[in-house]
Write a protein that binds this ligand. Structure first.
Ligand SMILES: Cc1cc2nc3c(=O)[nH]c(=O)nc-3n(C[C@H](O)[C@H](O)[C@H](O)COP(=O)(O)OP(=O)(O)OC[C@H]3O[C@@H](n4cnc5c(N)ncnc54)[C@H](O)[C@@H]3O)c2cc1C
Length: 373
């Protein structure tokens, strides 16, 4: 996906400047090649033909958040999520896990699949299986999440699993509403989503209430209660009666009742402004987003069986399991990709060339040394 393009630029440079790397595109790896217990290569399909490539293999094929078939990993481990849409591209079918399992590699945490609260619903295509994701920042700048009745029901700044959990208990459709100050802070996103048809601009809160089919007074009351909680927090941060997230006390009843009360407020408006306030609003829905589980591996990214390390097989990125516990925090996947991409790459090089470059047939070219410094 585009988001990881920057991460493979180094590989592109190596491929351009040396003959040490080749990038093969439009190819589907489907099988590992074994020599005894060691992985010595893989088979792949390209343009209808089957090819083989030899050497250690590092799986970096992503998660299984779009593996929806009847014999899919989601069907096996999280059948309860099969009906949900996904933010994942169609390549996310857990191929590494399946190929690894075929040679006895162990997996971990496959049942831990993250469901993100803010998949964007396109009103003219509400059942689309793949959804755009609303960036976390939309809630960070002060976006409020309302239920079908125009009421808040959660701490918008809570963890993904928490907000999603509260959505299951509340009445859809859910709306993410940004008032003018909030939208202005992130206007590029707001305009981008609006252009894509997954967000709508309302000239006033009155127009929004009409479209939602709720009394304007409900939106006024919702904003006033949120505003009051913000002002009380300013004066007396820990004086509220509700348990707050991540700690302390909250004045916010709507989220406080969930046990994860809101403590931080941004771009709040009082109820009197709502009728004439412009809003950017998106309909949101829980959406499959990330697989915490995957192939089990060592700290060097080596895949393992119950008997120990599989020589020549490594994993990095979302295909690997166990890095993020049962709930990955936003932003940490790309960090994981960089760290374990490097770790597994170095381990594979060491494995190939042996300790002290014992098996290296020719010296490393200077330009490659410069690149990997
Ligand atoms: C919409 C969206 C927004 C996100 N935003 C963030 C963010 O802001 N911060 C963050 O940290 N994380 C974010 N994530 C999560 C993060 O992007 C992914 O977890 C990460 O891209 C996984 O990287 P990867 O290299 O493991 O797999 P991927 O990026 O999924 O890449 C896997 C590659 O392997 C290829 N492939 C798959 N199977 C095969 C096969 N059999 N043969 C050959 N090739 C194959 C695919 O075509 C693809 O090119 C986001 C995810 C999504 C969907």
């Amino acid at each position: 996906m585009t988001i990881t393009y920057a991460l493979i630029q180094m590989l592109e440079k190596v491929a351009e400047k040396t003959d040490r790397a080749r990038i093969i595109t439009k190819a589907e790896v489907f099988k590992l090649i074994l020599n005894g217990k060691a992985v010595v290569g893989c088979e792949y399909r390209k343009a209808g033909a089957v090819h083989k490539e030899f050497g250690p293999v590092i799986f970096a094929s992503g998660g299984f958040g779009a593996d929806f078939g009847s014999d899919s990993l989601l069907a096996q481990y999280r059948p309860d999520l099969l009906h949900l849409p996904t933010t994942n591209g169609e390549h996310c079918t857990g191929d590494a896990i399946k190929m690894g399992e075929a040679i006895g590699a162990t997996t971990t945490d496959l049942e831990w699949v993250q469901v993100h609260p803010t998949g964007l619903v396109k009103p003219d295509d509400p059942d689309a299986k793949v959804k755009f994701l609303a960036a976390e920042a939309l809630r960070g700048v002060g976006g409020l999440v309302l239920d079908a009745n125009g009421k808040r029901f959660a701490n918008e700044l809570g963890r993904r699993d928490y907000v999603t959990g509260e959505m299951w208990k509340s009445k859809p459709p859910f709306r993410l509403c940004l008032n003018k100050a909030a939208a202005d802070e992130i206007i590029w996103h707001a305009k981008h989503y609006t252009g894509r048809g997954v967000m709508k601009f309302y000239e006033s809160g009155a127009a929004l209430a009409k479209d939602m089919g709720v009394p304007l007074q409900t939106l006024v009351d919702t904003h006033q209660a949120h505003y009051d909680a913000a002002k009380k927090t300013e004066k007396d941060p820990d004086g509220g009666k509700w348990p707050a997230y991540p700690s302390g006390k909250s004045w916010d009843e709507a989220s406080g009742k969930t046990g994860s009360g809101k403590k931080f407020y941004h771009n709040v408006i009082d109820g009197s402004k709502v009728a004439t306030e412009p809003f950017y609003v998106a309909i949101i829905t829980p959406v499959i987003h990330y697989c915490m589980g995957g192939l089990e591996c060592t700290v060097l990214g080596e895949c393992i069986t119950k008997a120990g390390v599989i020589p020549g097989l490594y994993v990095a990125g979302e295909a690997a399991g166990g890095i993020h516990g049962n709930n990955r925090l936003g932003g940490n996947s790309l960090l994981d990709c960089v760290v374990f991409g490097r770790v597994s790459g170095k381990a594979a090089v060491k494995y190939t060339f042996g300790a002290g470059d014992k098996f290296r047939l020719c010296p490393t070219p200077l330009e490659l040394k410069e690149l990997v410094k």
